[in-house]
Design a protein around this ligand. Structure first.
Ligand SMILES: NC(=O)C1=CN([C@@H]2O[C@H](COP(=O)(O)OP(=O)(O)OC[C@H]3O[C@@H](n4cnc5c(N)ncnc54)[C@H](O)[C@@H]3O)[C@@H](O)[C@H]2O)C=CC1
Ligand SMILES: O=C([O-])CC(=O)C(=O)O
Length: 253
């Protein structure tokens, strides 16, 4: 974005509870000189047209409504927060009232356009199998709560099977994709999480069964160098969405 990828937009402000993370990012930028906000109100004081949440599900709960009420569009990466029906209903109501949009980019997966299309005719089942190296899963609340020792994992091990709404709480930094998939399918996905010491990539497999199509999509993502839980594709997907919004609204799905 900084080096001409998104040309018709400006990065006006950054906010993070850990201010030093904004300072580090700002110091790496060449084109933009964003204000580093010391609180969220200050970020909104910059009057952004779009706010990109790339923080946590808690951040969506804390700031989502305020973004829309301020008259900005909201791009959500921690999509797991939107599995909370009450929160989703409040955000959608505010977006309608303020004539703004809530965007959930495809993030670390692919093919949500086709999943959404299939949802129009009804989907029989939707399943996500997420396979990550143990180091990407070891800090998840589920792993800690159940006392699962992933340091000892020598072979691919399924550590969790359950509905997306539960999976996003137990693995809040690992399977936001399950929420994006469920929202596109208009049906809650079943999620299987595999700790796999034989892989270096974050692998997501989507299986959709419907009358119109039987769909299998597999992505093998390079982890972000900053955070092994997060796939680099997720960041590119948010930037690609910003580019589509900025480039005279020419949408290339
Ligand atoms: N939709 C998708 O496909 C994907 C979604 N994600 C999600 O996107 C989010 C960002 O991912 P990363 O950049 O890798 O995470 P990260 O943990 O590396 O960075 C998040 C930053 O947000 C800040 N933060 C967290 N909660 C905050 C709050 N309430 N207020 C202010 N700052 C807050 C943290 O201090 C941290 O600096 C995560 O929730 C992650 O799970 C990540 C990959 C794919
Ligand atoms: O980046 C990924 O592979 C997926 C991820 O962390 C998430 O959905 O929260």
């Amino acid at each position: 974005m900084d080096e001409g990828v998104v040309e018709n937009a400006e990065l006006v402000a950054l906010y993070d509870v850990a201010r030093e993370r904004c300072e580090k990012l700002a110091s790496e930028l060449k084109r933009f000189k964003p204000r580093i906000a010391s609180c969220f109100e200050e970020l909104l004081g910059s009057k952004p047209d779009v706010v990109v949440e790339a923080a946590s599900q808690q951040a969506v709960r804390e700031y989502g409504l305020r973004v829309l009420e301020s008259g900005a569009d909201l791009i959500v990466l921690s999509v797991g927060a939107l599995m909370d029906r009450d929160l989703l209903a409040k955000l959608v109501e505010a977006a309608r009232r303020k004539r703004r949009h809530i965007y959930t980019p495809s993030g670390a997966i692919a093919g949500l356009d086709a999943v959404y299309a299939l949802s129009l005719n009804g989907i029989r089942s939707v399943r996500l199998v997420t396979r990550k190296p143990p180091r990407a899963l070891k800090d998840a609340p589920y792993v800690r709560e159940k006392g699962i020792n992933l340091d000892e994992t020598r072979e691919p091990t399924t550590i969790y099977v359950g509905p997306a709404s539960e999976a996003v709480k137990y693995f809040p930094a690992n399977v936001n994709v399950a929420a994006a998939l469920s929202l596109a399918a208009k049906k809650e996905a079943t999620v299987e999480i595999v700790a796999d010491p034989t892989v270096e990539r974050n692998i997501h497999e989507i299986h959709v069964d419907s009358e119109a199509s039987k769909l299998t999509i597999r992505v093998e993502n390079t982890p972000s160098p900053m955070n092994p839980r997060t796939s680099y594709l997720a960041a590119l997907s948010a930037i690609a969405l910003l580019k589509r919004l900025a480039d005279e609204r020419l949408w290339i799905a």
